[in-house]
Design a protein around this ligand. Structure first.
Ligand code: NAD
Length: 255
């Protein structure tokens, strides 16, 4: 029996087979969950195709996290496929290229605002939109790149990640009394579409695999997806507002 047997999980952020969320959706199904995906705008059809590549075909509902109408309709759209949710995965990040890659001091507010809206505020928006489906409690898990320190080239996306991590703690505070946990998985660098859009991503990746006591494979999403799956399960019943590093151990090293 899998650790998610009988649970219904909403997974955002499946864009390609290389998306972290694709592996999360696959593992959730392998662990017994029914998975519903969300897809955004012009790439919705691609997410539908990805849904067909999972072990069990997953249905896709539309969700652009900046669209209040779609957020308002999300619970009803999900109810067409499952009656309630036990877990929600936030695997969403975006920043315009001109606020990453080095020109931190030149980042204009409109573009910073876009990064903050899609990458940080969206966690609260997603939690709020799915709340009516989690009356029996649940687990929300988001993906971050450790926002507690400054990284090369990450710039305003790094600031958005710090805001995402803080948002997670406040969601944990406010939804905890309803039995809803909210946690982050902080992954090391992985060569996904989002990562390739960061100008100078190689500088973040840098010597990661040498610094990691466990080593690090920047093409592998499964270690991160396993941690997300575990946090969605009942095996972390008293953990919320937490950030679990899946980075080969780099965060714990001085050099
Ligand atoms: P990805 O490009 O496969 O996924 C990013 C997803 O964000 C896409 O599915 C995209 O459709 C979605 N998205 C963008 N704008 C959206 C919007 N307005 N509404 C709804 N969805 C929207 O890349 P990924 O690396 O799998 O990224 C998933 C998460 O993991 C992101 O939060 C990312 O920051 C985080 N993360 C990635 C790495 C890495 O090195 N790749 C490391 C740590 C954390």
């Amino acid at each position: 029996m899998g650790i998610l047997e009988g649970k219904n999980i909403l997974v955002t952020g499946v864009l390609t087979e290389g998306s972290i969320a694709f592996d999360v959706a696959r593992l959730c199904q392998e662990q017994g969950a029914t998975v519903v995906l969300t897809g955004v705008g012009r790439t919705l059809k691609i997410t539908q195709a990805m849904g067909r590549r999972l072990p069990v075909e997953a249905q896709v509902v539309p969700l652009d996290v900046t669209d209040p109408e779609q957020l308002g309709q999300l619970a009803d759209s999900v109810r067409e496929h499952v009656p309630h949710l036990d877990g929600v995965v936030h695997s969403i990040g975006f920043a315009p290229q001109n606020v990453m890659g080095g020109g931190f001091m030149d980042g204009p507010w409109e573009d910073v605002a876009t990064a903050m809206h899609i990458s940080a505020y969206s966690l609260k928006a997603l939690a709020e939109a799915t709340l009516p489906l989690m009356s029996g409690g649940g687990s929300i898990v988001g993906l971050t790149f450790d926002g507690t320190v400054a990284w090369p080239v990450y710039d305003w996306m790094g600031v958005a990640k710090a805001a995402l991590e803080s948002t997670s703690r406040y969601v944990a505070r406010d939804l905890g009394p309803q039995g809803i946990r909210c946690n982050m998985v902080s992954a090391g660098p992985i060569k996904t579409t989002a990562a390739k859009n960061i100008p100078g991503f190689e500088q973040m990746e840098g010597t990661w695999s040498e610094r990691a006591p466990l080593g690090w494979d920047s093409t592998a999403t499964e270690p991160t997806a396993k941690a997300v799956t575990a946090l969605l399960s009942d095996w972390f019943p008293a953990t919320t507002g937490e950030m679990v590093h899946v980075d080969g151990g780099v965060h714990a090293m001085g050099q």
